[in-house]
Design a binder for this molecule. Sequence first.
Ligand code: 8YV
Length: 297
Amino acid sequence: MATRRFPGLALDELDDVEVRPLEELGGPRDDVEGLIMADEPVPLALLPKLRIVANFGVGYDRIDVAACAARGVVVTNTPGVLDSAVADLAFALILAARRQIVDGDRLVRSGQWGRSQGGLAEELTGSTLGIVGLGRIGRAVAQRARGFDLRVLYTGRRPAGSDLGELRPIDTLLSEADIVTLHVPLTDETEGMIDARRLALLRDGSCFVNTARGDIVDEDALVAELVSGRIRAGLDVFADEPHVPPALLDLPNVVLTPHLGSATRQTREAMSRLVVDNVLAVARGDPPLTPVPVKPD
Ligand code: 8YV
């Protein structure tokens, strides 16, 4: 069963796939052995014969992996194939917010160009980029930063001395960077990690970008900082998608996108390929290619 029609031809390699949103499941289904979905809670009680949950995405914060493991259900995700797309979008948001691209677009469309060109933006080249989480996606962001001559600071488990930048404790990174971009998964440790106190550490005029998960940030506190006009932001993710805090909608200092991080044709097709390869492996009785690790309770 797939909760929606995922892109690409790979899905056609699976026989007998029913496309049905989980909320339309109705009752128990003992004919479903594989579930393809995008970071949704798994209705284990309704799917007694389930063998694999193949998540279309790298983040799996809404899947109870331990409960699945206890039932013998394998959970897989799609790491690696979306790093470039997400890093590209992070830079798109950085450039859009920093160079006032959306504001400029509005100015042109409203016929105001000529009367005004808008205020001057802040240059990206040569500024300091803080990467919160130097995992696969964070590293792809750091590599792109080289082309903009950015000084890179990062938090993460990698030892100091990485050639991609300078390791900093998170509070120091937030107060030193001109641009902060989040690339940690949503976990118990990272939920609400960027709280009001940490947001207050951001420098005046700095730019905050989130392509990871909305719940990593105290959204109310972020909205308050943006309403005050003290910082800029590029936001692709929100705490309660597709709900976006109404206070953000008219702000000129925030660029909003609808969770587009992995949304390129190439990446989404690669994600579908990996999803299907995981399902086929488990169907054959082989180990899955990219299983999600089960953490001990
Ligand atoms: C979504 C994502 O899975 O990989 C992730 O963690 O958030 C995205 O790739 C994708 O947008 C499908 O909803």
